[in-house]
Design a protein around this ligand. Structure first.
Ligand code: NAD
Length: 429
């Protein structure tokens, strides 16, 4: 094994020093003492390898031109190409992408996928853009990034406010640049251009697989539990559906417009139909309206967080009345809240494990694209369950063994995998 012994600088460049990056960094520092990695490897892992910022000019439908900032951060390439979502959101910054890219590295390593982490996006209000404007924005963004993405370099996927259509535009734009179809450049595409069965449902389904395993370890059945879901998009909408299919009562759901509550359980089919017509939960007539803040504090067995970062903080952690919190979103619990929840005995199923179903089926999609050979839904679902189950068991065992929180154990497991690869490869040159 190559030895790396020299100490190195550890300052955080100001460009990505944002609250979310500080959270990711603090979690890393808290996990380090248990990860047994050398100071030099630790220093390397504190810093994303590459960050790209671009300006994306597009013609609006009214003929004016607007320029949007776009980002892509690649945290680690030691295990393979980088992998991570692209989000369209008014709060996207370089620091946010750096934090999310760092978590993606631990997540991929924890799941033993041959990837490092990346994240990117465009700072914009996606709801204020027409479909045509979103297409122009996505295509120009892809061209701006063409020299740093690639099937062996960095493979984008959907995230907040991006979807299969966004990925199809990216795949088409990249393919036009290189002169032939390259389905393996992105994951989360439509099946007609090389997407995988189950990818659309993978993150939400994975959240429920992990929650189910945790409930069994804790001695109660998910199928008999009351669940609350924050966020009703790709992750939250599917998680709610999977929970209901397993027999759980989903008593409340919310989106950015607010939440709805029904003590006996919501009729999710009717909720979905309402959202399909009205584009938001607000105004749904067959349940009690509640705020997002109230939803988080409802008594329940499992609270699924599937909206965005920083939802459980020092301010509300003391009032959370769930037995288990399943983090479908990335970074929904602050460092301070984590400590309060641990003290109160609330079990937090951490994002790097709980929402890893998405990147796992993305990996399956990439493998299928490279081999031009596609799997059935049953095979894909069974492989997903096996991967998540294996990661869950390793995390649970380490947490038990070293008296760590599940987040601590998940991060230590991921960090050790990456550190082992850096130690083996050595520091170039
Ligand atoms: P999405 O855009 O499909 O859905 C987001 C949902 O959250 C929407 O219902 C939106 O209205 C709601 N929301 C936004 N802000 C909110 C707020 N302040 N309060 C309550 N609800 C709010 O996005 P998504 O793909 O479901 O992603 C959700 C989270 O899951 C993100 O943190 C994302 O990084 C994470 N994630 C997504 C995937 C994936 O495969 N899509 C994989 C892993 C992690």
């Amino acid at each position: 094994m190559a030895r790396i012994e020299h100490p190195a600088a550890t300052e955080t460049p100001l460009e990505w020093d944002t609250p979310l990056f500080r959270t990711a960094r603090t979690q890393f520092e808290q996990a380090l003492p248990h990860a047994d990695v050398s100071p030099v490897v630790a220093a390397r892992l504190r810093h994303p390898e590459r960050a790209v910022m671009v300006s994306i000019p597009i013609s609006r439908d009214d003929g004016t031109v607007e320029v949007f900032p776009g980002y892509r951060v690649q945290h680690s390439t030691v295990l393979g190409p980088t992998k991570g979502g692209m989000r369209y959101d008014p709060e996207v910054t370089l620091g946010e992408c750096a934090a999310l890219a760092t978590w993606m590295t631990w997540k991929c390593a924890l799941l033993r996928l041959p990837y490092g982490g990346a994240k990117g996006g465009i700072r914009c209000h996606p709801k204020e853009l027409s479909e045509d404007e979103l297409e122009r924005l996505t295509r120009r963004f892809t061209v701006e990034l063409v020299s740093v993405i690639g099937p062996q370099e960095d493979i984008p996927a959907p995230d907040m406010a991006t979807n299969e259509q966004t990925m199809a535009w990216m795949m088409d734009t990249y393919s036009m640049q290189v002169g032939h179809a390259v389905p393996e450049i992105v994951t989360g595409k439509p099946i007609s251009v090389g997407g995988s069965v189950l990818r659309h449902e993978a993150t939400g389904a994975g959240v429920v697989m992990v929650a189910d395993r945790a409930c069994r370890q804790l001695g109660f059945r998910l199928s008999e539990s009351r669940c609350v879901v924050q966020g009703f998009g790709n992750v939250g909408g599917i998680a709610a559906q999977e929970l209901a299919e397993r027999g759980a009562a989903v008593t409340a759901v919310s989106d950015v417009s607010g939440g709805i509550y029904r003590a006996g359980g919501l009729d999710l089919q009717s909720v979905r139909e309402w959202v399909a017509v009205n584009s938001a939960l607000a105004g749904y007539p067959h349940a009690t309206p509640i705020t997002n803040a109230e939803l988080l504090e409802l008594p329940c067995d499992v609270l699924v967080l599937a909206a965005r970062e920083d939802q459980i903080t020092e301010e509300n952690a003391g009032r959370i009345a769930a037995r288990v919190i399943a983090e479908g979103a990335n970074g929904p619990t602050s460092i301070e809240a984590d400590a309060i929840l641990a003290e109160r005995g609330v079990v937090v199923l951490p994002d790097v494990l709980t929402n890893a179903g998405g990147v796992t089926v993305s990996y399956f999609e990439w493998v299928q694209d490279l081999g031009r050979f596609f799997w059935t839904r049953e095979e894909t679902r069974a492989r997903l369950a096996e991967k998540l189950g294996d990661a869950f068991d390793r995390v649970w065992e380490l947490a038990d063994d070293r008296l760590l929180t599940l987040r601590g154990a998940a991060l230590v497991t991921g960090i050790r995998e990456v550190a082992g690869a850096i130690e083996a490869r050595g520091l170039f040159p």
